[in-house]
Ligand binder design. Structure first.
Ligand SMILES: Nc1nc2c(ncn2[C@@H]2O[C@H](COP(=O)(O)OP(=O)(O)OP(=O)(O)O)[C@@H](O)[C@H]2O)c(=O)[nH]1
Ligand SMILES: [Mg+2]
Length: 249
């Protein structure tokens, strides 16, 4: 498969430096043709500087559809959704990234507010499925419990509100992934809650906006709740040791 890509301080102050931050919208895909077809036409392309489909080896026409739609397509080098995002974050020149799952779980309605808040200077903006009126239609008992538990566990680490620590739908400054501690704590598929965790450890400027999570459109889930949940718990324990006992283990 070919690759089709050109290869500090929280910016709290509003103004030119932040309003000109460049933003890449990342659409991770692994056999997600149905979702992509439903979502791509509704994306307002003027909101971001580049839209990149990060593909994990699709064989269902996802790549062909994305190229026809005029999107940049990148094939990930290492297996695993977390490595796909981590590696592209290192390769891109943009200031900010937005992760958007094109399987129907993310709604494009939140993109204007999300991009506006990033340009305002926030280091991280999470679309929360549990804030205000928002609901997740995709949750079942175990995933709802896990999302609630992990979000509660992350709260003492952070000075910003955490109602949704796990959602993929979020925008953030690329410096968070480039942080020297990020690779150290990213053991397994824990990338999104770790973005929240590094924001908390570094005292960065973060916020949440409410957003529903509809059911996925076609395709199949590629994650294992128990495996992912165990690794997220381990990562949170390590962040507690770092924050409250100063131990980097
Ligand atoms: N590039 C890449 N994309 C992936 C990989 N695994 C999943 N994806 C895509 O990432 C998005 C989110 O993955 P899902 O498997 O749906 O995970 P999820 O949203 O947590 O699970 P569901 O609740 O079932 O939707 C989807 O668009 C997938 O196609 C991977 O290994 N590499
Ligand atoms: Mg999904």
């Amino acid at each position: 498969m070919s690759t089709h890509i050109p290869a500090g301080e929280p910016r709290a102050a509003m103004g030119d430096a932040t309003s000109h931050r460049t933003i890449a919208l990342l659409l991770p895909t692994l056999n997600e043709l149905q979702g992509l077809k439903a979502i791509v036409p509704s994306i307002d392309r003027s909101l971001v500087d580049e839209i990149i489909v990060v593909d994990g080896g699709s064989r269902d026409g996802t790549i062909e559809y994305a190229l026809e739609a005029g999107l940049t397509v990148v094939s990930q080098l290492r297996p695993g959704l977390h490595f796909a995002i981590y590696d592209i974050a290192h390769a891109l020149p943009h200031d900010c990234l937005i992760e958007f799952s094109p399987d129907g779980n993310c709604k494009t309605e939140q993109l204007p507010e999300l991009t506006a808040k990033l340009r305002e200077g926030y280091d991280m903006v999470v679309v929360s499925r549990y804030l205000d009126h928002a609901v997740s239609e995709d949750d079942h008992f175990v995933s709802a419990l896990g999302n609630w538990m992990f979000s509660r566990l992350m709260r003492p680490l952070a000075r910003f509100p955490v109602t949704d620590a796990l959602n993929i739908y979020r925008g953030y400054d690329r410096k968070i992934i480039l942080d020297e501690d990020f690779g150290f704590y990213m053991k397994g598929p824990v990338l999104e809650p770790l973005v929240t965790g590094i924001c908390a450890l570094r005292g960065l400027r973060a916020t949440e906006i409410p957003g529903d999570e509809p059911l996925r459109i076609g395709g199949v889930t590629k994650r294992s709740i128990l495996y992912n949940g165990s690794l997220v718990l381990l990562m949170i324990v390590r962040l507690y040791l770092r924050k409250f006992l100063g131990m980097r283990v």
